[in-house]
Every structure is written in structure tokens, then in C-alpha cells.
Design a protein around this ligand. Structure first.
Ligand code: UD1
Length: 422
């Protein structure tokens, strides 16, 4: 397993191109299952999660070609010959459950393995299943698989009122509703930019959707969808992660393709901590206003609130802030596994349930640490960039699921970082 070696090296400055969003691309790719015409996605990120979704779609009989060094994905589902998403692929990535809605909606039946547990909490898929049931699906859970059927071969429109906001369940229901008979109304829907991106792509394919980006989405089912070409929206989590580089190290970084509307709540917290964020024509320019950042309290919430996927990285910053910060994690239980690793680097953190209290120290110290999930792994790299001495982050396969070419992007700003093959 590879490791990453980082040496704290003072201020970092330069430009970093931000890729297309992993979480958008993972929900756009299954949209191919809704049509027998080609779907082309541009601005795709080059990540192992995308390779896993490619493998899953191919196992169903879809054609997926990766073009232009992975930036373009050409998908076609004209010859689907298998309607079972196997456990061996699904267990690698929870987003695999997103093939259920579209397969069921187009073909009237689908069998999808239930995703296994996940390092950041229980993460069930009950809301996905309840939404499809409301649309008339007969579901049978057997041997770890969901066996789904639409009576008469087609789902029917329904009012789906989610008891709480779920990104994945909103996406699955939205995908399924496009080909259902009649009107579907999704209430208490997630408002994430990735959902807006999905709705925009589906609309290009001929779907009739209104209200994406608000908590009520209305879908008028159509008989068929056609081909389309769609650029994947900028990855706001990768964006936020690199915005933290000058915040934690000093210097000035311009994140190319960055948009303030994608990271509003996060940028407000950076501002309160003493970090300036300016929209330029090319992206977002970020720098610290004074020396050390100030402590700020953070609560994770569904969009437009502070994203849970930036909580670990923000904690790395607050470990070096002047004062005491409280981070409250409201989306996932057990999402503070980075805290003990940061503590190994000299951070002062106390975790009680869903709260972490962080008392900033002047300087972190390099150490050997272990990545426990995707966002935790990059938070340790950020901490390493600001620490005195050498940090080795092991188990970085998590990192490759969600961050493309991290070493190159950081090195371009002057960081000392390298991958140790192992
Ligand atoms: C998506 C993202 C993930 C991000 C998360 C929150 C993808 C592939 N993943 O995950 O990176 O961290 O949004 O922004 O886009 N829940 C249930 N039942 C369900 C579904 C969810 O109880 O059927 C719970 C979850 O355990 C969690 C909360 O709802 O506590 C929110 O989860 P959700 O928004 O669905 O996250 P994901 O779609 O899994």
C-alpha cells in the first residue's frame, strides 16, 4: 500500500486546477442506464471511484470509454444484458446503489447488492428504498440483495416526503422518476450542487424536472430519454480542500474553476478565521489576512450549510488556530477518526460524541499517521504541510478514491510531497 511523505516547508503559493466533482460524476454516470442513446460526460475527474463505477456499469452490459486521458467519459446503455449489480463491486463503493433507480425505471426490474457498512457510520439505504416503494416498486431483500420490480414494468409518479435530507436518496429517486408514469414530487429533497448538476444533465436528455436546488423537486415522467453531452460541475470538496492550503501554510493560492456559490458557508468560516477568499475571473484566490488563523466553531449540515466532507480538513486548520474551536458533526456518526491521528501530530483535540473541541497549538509536529477514510487522509496531508518535520501518511488508497494527482497539484505550489510506493 502506498504512503505519502510530506515535509513542512513554509508558505505555499501558486495555482491549482480543480477537477470535476466525484460525487456529481458518480450520479451522472448511472443516468446512462435511462436511455439507449449515448451520454457523454466532459470534465470528469480521474479517480479510482470513477473506475469502480465504470466497472459496475460495464458488468451490466453498458459501454464506457474513457477518452482524453480520462477527462471524457463516453457511455452507452443500448445493450444492457445483465440486471444484477454484484456484491463484489458494490461493496467497494456505496454510490453503486445509484444504479438501482435508473435500472428499475427503464427495465422494470433490477437486482442490486446492498452496500456494506462504512467506516464513517452505519449509512443505511432505507430512504432510497422507501422512495422507490412509494413509486410502486415491489422490493424483496434476500441474501444481501435488493430484488426490485415495477408492477406492469413501469414505476408510477408519487409524492415522496423524505423524513430527513439525503443526497443519495434524492439522486436515486430523481433518476427513477424521470421515466415513471405521471408526476413525482420529492419533498425535503437535498439541495446540493451535485443534484442540480444531475437535474441539468437529465433535462438535456429530455427529462422534465423543476425545482432542483430547492427542497421540492417536481418531475413529470416521460416515455423515453435521449443522448446528451454534459460537463461535470466543479468539485466543491476538492476546491475547499485546496483553499485550506494557504490558510494553514500561509502564501496565496488561486483555485482554478472555483466558484464562491459552491462553497459559501465554508468561505464564511474561513473569513471568520481570518482568511480572505476572492472570486476572480479564473477561480477563487485565497490567502491569510494576518499570521495565525483564529478559532471558529463549525456545525456540519446539508447544503447550503458547512459540508461534512470538509469537516476533517477544517479540523486540521483549527488545530493550528489561536483559541479553542468546537466542531459538531451532524451528518455522520463516527466521523472523527482523523482526530486521534492529528493528536499524534501534537494537536489538542477532545471528542465527545458528535462534538470535537480543538485547542489550537502554535505548530504541529510531523509523525507517522494512518488515513482512515477519504477526507481524513487529505486532512492529514494538510496537517503535514503545516507541521515541523516529516509526516508519513499510510493507507492512501482512500485518497486516490477522491483526489486526482494530489502530489502534482501541491508540488506546483512549492510543497515537498512525494508518494512512497509500497
Ligand atoms: C453523499 C456523498 C458523501 C457525502 C454525503 C453528505 C456521494 C457518492 N456521497 O453520501 O460523500 O459525505 O452525501 O454530503 O455523493 N441516511 C439514511 N438512510 C438512507 C440514506 C442516508 O439513514 O437511505 C443517512 C446517512 O446515514 C447520513 C445521512 O442520512 O446520516 C445523510 O446521508 P446522505 O446525504 O444520503 O449521504 P450519501 O448520499 O450516502
Amino acid at each position: 500500500m502506498d504512503s505519502i511523505l510530506v515535509k513542512g516547508n513554509g508558505a505555499l503559493s501558486g495555482t491549482i486546477p480543480i477537477a470535476g466533482a466525484k460525487n456529481a460524476c458518480l450520479t451522472l454516470m448511472p443516468a446512462t442506464l435511462l436511455s439507449d442513446e449515448p451520454l457523454t460526460l466532459t470534465n470528469a475527474p480521474r479517480l479510482s471511484d470513477i473506475a469502480t463505477m465504470t466497472q459496475l456499469l460495464q458488468s451490466l452490459g453498458a459501454e464506457v470509454a474513457s477518452l482524453q486521458d480520462g477527462l471524457v467519459l463516453a457511455l452507452s446503455s443500448h445493450a444492457i444484458d445483465n440486471r444484477t449489480a454484484d456484491y463484489d463491486i458494490v461493496r467497494k463503493m456505496r454510490a453503486s446503489i445509484l444504479v438501482l433507480g435508473p435500472m428499475l425505471s427503464r427495465d422494470g426490474h433490477a437486482v442490486v447488492s446492498l452496500p456494506g457498512g462504512c467506516a464513517i457510520g452505519a449509512r443505511p439505504v432505507d430512504l432510497h428504498l422507501k422512495a422507490l416503494e412509494a413509486m410502486g416498486a415491489d422490493l424483496d431483500l434476500r441474501d444481501g440483495y435488493v430484488h426490485a420490480r415495477a408492477p406492469g414494468g413501469r414505476l408510477k409518479g408519487a409524492v415522496v416526503d423524505f423524513p430527513f435530507v439525503s443526497v443519495g436518496a434524492t439522486e436515486n429517486a430523481l433518476l427513477a422518476a424521470t421515466l415513471a408514469r405521471g408526476t413525482t414530487v420529492l419533498k425535503n429533497a437535498a439541495r446540493e450542487p451535485e443534484i442540480v448538476d444531475l437535474a441539468q444533465c437529465l433535462r438535456k436528455m429530455g427529462a422534465q424536472i423543476e425545482g432542483e436546488g430547492t427542497s421540492t423537486i417536481t418531475i413529470q415522467g416521460v416515455d423515453r430519454l435521449h443522448g446528451a453531452t454534459h460537463p461535470v460541475v466543479t468539485d466543491r470538496i476538492e476546491l475547499g480542500t485546496y483553499m485550506l492550503v494557504p490558510a494553514i501554510c500561509g502564501g496565496e493560492v488561486e483555485c482554478l474553476g472555483g466558484r464562491l456559490d459552491l462553497v459559501g458557508a465554508f468561505a464564511e468560516k474561513l473569513d471568520a478565521a481570518g482568511v480572505s477568499v476572492t472570486q476572480t475571473e479564473r477561480g477563487l484566490k485565497v490567502s491569510r489576512r494576518n499570521g495565525r488563523v483564529k478559532a471558529v466553531d463549525v456545525v456540519t449540515e446539508p447544503f447550503p450549510g458547512f459540508p461534512t466532507d470538509l469537516q476533517a480538513q477544517m479540523m486540521a486548520l483549527l488545530c493550528t488556530a489561536d483559541g479553542t474551536s468546537v466542531l459538531e458533526e451532524r451528518i455522520f456518526e463516527n466521523r472523527f477518526m482523523h482526530a486521534p491521528e492529528l493528536t499524534r501530530m501534537g494537536a489538542k483535540i477532545e471528542v465527545h460524541g458528535g462534538h470535537a473541541t480543538v485547542t489550537g497549538v502554535e505548530r504541529l509536529k510531523g509523525a507517522r499517521v494512518m488515513a482512515t477514510d477519504l477526507r481524513a487522509s487529505v486532512s492529514l496531508i494538510l496537517a503535514g504541510l503545516a507541521a515541523e518535520g516529516e509526516t508519513i501518511v499510510s493507507r492512501v488508497y482512500h485518497l486516490d478514491r477522491g483526489y486526482e494527482r494530489v502530489e502534482q497539484k501541491l508540488r506546483a505550489c512549492g510543497a515537498q510531497i512525494e508518494r512512497i510506493k509500497g
